[in-house]
Design a protein around this ligand. Sequence first.
Ligand code: G6P
Ligand code: MN
Length: 441
Amino acid sequence: MKKYNVCIVGGGSTYTLGFLKSFARMQEEFPLNKLVLFDIDEKRQEPIGKFGDILFAEKMPGLDFSYTTDAKEAYQDMDFIFMQMRAGGLEMRAKDEHIPLSMGMIGQETCGAGGMSYGLRSCVEMIKAIHEIRKYSPNAWILNYTNPAAIVAEALRREFPDDQKILNICDQPENVVRSCSRLLGCEWEDLDPVYFGLNHFGWFTHMYNKTTGEDLLPKIKELIKKNGFLPQDAEQRDQSWLDTYGMVQTIMNDFPDYLPNTYDQYYLYPEYKASHLNPDFTRADEVMAGREKRVFKECNEIISEGKLGKKLENISDAHAEMMIKVAEAIAFNKNNRHILIVENNGAIANMQDDAMVEVVCELGINGPRPMRVGNIPQFYLGLLVNQVSCEKLIVDAYYEKSYNKALQAFTLNRLVNDAKKARPLLDALIEANKGMWPELR
Ligand code: G6P
Ligand code: MN
């Protein structure tokens, strides 16, 4: 059986441990020949690389595993490239969150002004990286979940229009499906969802039982009304994530048609959310104080002991499992269903063809085949057309280096919504992103 060569771009990410663990656990389903971690930050990547050395010596002794800061070494002869870079690091994530909040608007990693700020940085770095990758591995599948995935997907669609092997994915829709399985007391693989939207802005219209075909959405609604909503892995989550899932109940009280993606809270309650977030301690601060410290501490302990021990069990890997299953679906032409970000082309019938939308797709060796959802109701259409316009304008701003387009995007965004607020916010973010954004004129 063929074994695959895989590279993870952003090897120093706190998510990488979950990937290493999952690659070992899933070695039968997705056999690896070679695994390379790549990061430009040698210091961050090194402890994770050393953890990998110990893990694979124990669990997959035949694997050719390495970590590097050299692009050529990383990208050569790859079958799959998993991309999880964070342009500007967590320090810039903190600024994306703090600056808008300090001006009374939501500061968030991917939504609103923070997302647009991050989006421009990611356009710069992702486009550069993929040109580099294509020099060394013209045929590798690029599985991209670099954020903000909506803006990145739009930029890649324009930069690489003929490249059929770039796939944009986010784990949040599947996380919501997994959470439903917790609520229902079933396996998440038994659920067959129907979903539409943009990345981090969508809804489930149905949640079928895969075997019987029964639509479980009415039951899910009832259970959420009664019991609230928790992530599947609630015991491992910080309070802010529990609050986020908790908002699903509020959303469903106001808009009972469908089950929302958790990110919808920002678009539906921008003022309420902004007033309930702490501008001095945002999610980025929580991640730096919590997960980041924990991950590197665990790595260092394992390195100094020279063995894994029980610690491996604590590493959460749902996200990695999903991404590896996506690679598996392609490698073995499984035509499994995944929720993916693809060019619309009629999937959502009353939305423009060239929008990058998030829908259920069948995924195999020839890429994703989106499943049509038909016309969506006016309320949802209105929200999505507004947001997709905003995402497209930010990518216009990137290509045209246009201050005006950026100002339009900021003004249009529901989380900003007023040109008098948009301009000073944009100016503050230009200052904060010096050297990382194109120079807007
Ligand atoms: C979800 C989203 C990702 C996002 C992540 C942030 O998984 O789908 O796009 O990056 O949450 O999580 P964090 O724990 O870093 O706030
Ligand atoms: Mn996501």
